[in-house]
Design a protein. Structure first.
Length: 247
């Protein structure tokens, strides 16, 4: 697959199976540079499976191009080195290590001088992590742990950050902070592929969106157009829309 100009990630006709059960069927998507793309859908739709396959955790039939290179040729570590990073749904932090040590683990592949710069950038983005840098990760609140997981992924200076359900289990005020930070990532040159069940929050921040049901994309386009679709409004936003995203 030839990468289109300006496209950071391209997935073409992806099929992903667990044994004989096909969880994702014929899915194609694109993420451009400096773009936020959301994938919304109910639990079990195949969203997490797709992210894991793009990262190389699961086998994928089809074509994936990242940063103009065929991802099938790359191991997970090589995809990370190329600038692809995933923050999983369960965060997977080291609970008995300090906040700063968790962050530094995200930069073990890069030079110390570069890692020091990355650390300051993360602390600027998440001041609360700097305040708690000596604290054990397992003692943080849910929102702080999500910040730490995102910060650790950002330590490697990714080109594309994939986020799996970053709002899961968080209070609304913390969700607002997380999504505001995601918007700031785009401004700093980091593209984002966002998987979210909180469709309203995702569609408010995304440039484009895909709606996934039963392993397939049933709708995609600019986020505002997706939000205006009556099926999305009724199934995911909980109201009848007139074309505007409710706040």
């Amino acid at each position: 697959m030839n990468a289109a100009p300006g496209m950071l990630l391209q997935v073409c006709d992806a099929h992903i199976a667990y044994g004989k059960v096909e969880a994702v069927r014929g899915v194609s998507l694109e993420v451009a540079q400096n773009e936020i793309v959301a994938i919304i859908g109910a639990n079990g739709a195949g969203k997490t499976t797709l992210l894991n396959a793009i990262m190389g955790v699961l086998p994928l039939k089809g074509a994936v191009t990242f940063a103009r290179e065929e991802a099938a040729r790359l191991e997970i570590e090589e995809r990370v080195a190329a600038g692809l990073s995933l923050v999983p749904e369960h965060r997977e932090l080291f609970a008995t290590m300090s906040v700063e040590d968790n962050l530094r683990l995200g930069a073990f592949r890069i030079a110390k001088a570069v890692a020091a710069i990355s650390l300051e950038r993360v602390y600027t983005l998440f001041p609360r992590l700097k305040e708690r840098r000596r604290q054990l990760a397992g003692t943080l609140s849910g929102g702080e742990q999500q910040m730490l997981a995102m910060g650790r992924a950002l330590m490697g200076a990714p080109k594309l950050l994939m986020l799996d359900e970053p709002s899961l289990g968080l209070a609304p005020i913390i969700v607002a902070d997380i999504f505001r930070t995601i918007g700031e990532l785009r401004q700093s040159g980091v593209s984002v592929l966002l998987v979210e069940q909180n469709a309203r929050a995702a569609l408010q921040i995304a440039d484009r969106a895909y709606v996934m049901e039963l392993g397939e994309f049933i709708l995609h386009g600019p986020a505002r157009e997706v939000a205006a679709d009556p099926r999305v409004a009724a199934s995911y936003l909980g109201f009848q829309t007139t074309g505007e995203i409710a706040s």
